[in-house]
Design a protein. Structure first.
Length: 325
């Protein structure tokens, strides 16, 4: 089994008890552990994979909560670092009647932004590693440089690099152009996952199809496009395929995309991949189809429950969930 290192932010999701736009109810918030790469690490660990989280945590009450939450879910903590002064980032989350989310982030100078290139353990990349990250560590120069260092270190050690675009525009400064910072990383990534909206944004003046083909020609092996409950389409150098997800009643979309990615990376980890065997796998449409189906089921499971870590499936809960569909 491949080890997976998920790099980036872990934060507190403060989930509102009110639906967006609801007026006649006193609002309260419940804290949940969250953050996209942390969610992915938990998804892998709960399914039985070997997942590490690499990131900076605060030494405050929320940081202690997050550290314990990750450990409780079986995520390995060797690559976590701790800031004695910075605070934990917060995300206030409201849901609408369809389970879709609205975020307000409080992340100025938070601990997750302080992870530095020297905080990576080079030895951790030595044995068939999958390195995963998302665009939330590209929002400021220091953490952007750290992310690039981690990606290049992973490639130097012949790891598989996974990039979930996971674009949150309200995390970026008003003068920033996220596209300018995302595009240079794509040639270093073996697996890229984007929502349909993110793909359109990244493609800009290109057609999405042309943008994907260009990205594949630059080094990406597997490009996956999700579109909520609509068909998942994935592209490799040998063509593209489509999977129609199971229909569910969505309760909370908070970690659905992360569950999808975690399910996919867990399936990939079972293949004992190296760059050469990953290239061969991407030509095997039958195996990829089964992996995408599994990942989609993980995403549906997460969307059927509230919260982030709490909504991610174990093997048992996923099997039970499958029987209800």
């Amino acid at each position: 089994m491949n080890t997976t290192i998920c790099f980036g932010e872990v934060l507190i999701d403060m989930l509102s008890n009110k639906l967006s736009g609801e007026q006649n109810q006193q609002e309260t918030f419940t804290k949940f552990a969250g953050g996209a790469p942390a969610n992915v690490s938990v998804a892998i660990a709960k399914l039985g994979g070997e997942a590490y989280f690499a990131g900076m945590l605060a030494k405050d009450m929320f940081g202690d909560f997050l550290y314990q939450a990750l450990k409780n879910e079986g995520v390995k903590t060797d690559y976590m670092r701790f800031s004695p002064t910075a605070k934990t980032a917060l995300a206030f989350v409201s849901l609408d009647s369809d389970g879709d989310r609205t975020f307000e982030f409080y992340r100025d100078s938070s601990a997750d932004l302080l992870f530095s290139p020297q905080d990576f353990d080079k030895n951790g990349f030595n044995n068939n590693v999958i390195f995963h990250f998302c665009s939330n560590t590209l929002t400021e120069q220091h953490i952007r440089d750290t992310t690039l260092h981690g990606v290049l270190l992973a490639k130097q050690q012949h790891s598989i690099v996974s990039f979930d675009i996971n674009l949150r525009l309200n995390l970026w400064a008003g003068h920033s152009t996220p596209r300018d910072h995302i595009l240079p990383l794509l040639p270093h990534c073996d697996v890229i996952k984007a929502s349909k909206e993110e793909l359109i944004y990244l493609a800009n003046d290109n057609t999405p199809e042309h943008f994907i083909q260009q990205t594949l020609s630059q080094g990406c092996q597997l490009f996956i496009v999700t579109d909520s409950s609509n068909p998942v389409v994935w592209y490799t150098k040998s063509g593209n395929q489509t999977y129609n997800p199971k229909k569910i009643i969505m309760v909370d979309a908070t970690a659905a995309g992360d569950a999808f990615v975690g399910g996919l990376l867990y399936q990939l980890s079972l293949q004992q991949l190296n760059p050469d065997s990953f290239t061969a796998l991407c030509a095997d449409n039958s195996t990829l189809s089964k992996m995408i189906e599994f990942a989609s089921l993980c995403g549906a499971h997460a969307a059927s429950y509230k919260g982030a870590f709490t909504s991610l499936p174990s093997t048992q809960s996923l099997n039970d969930f499958r029987k209800t569909l």
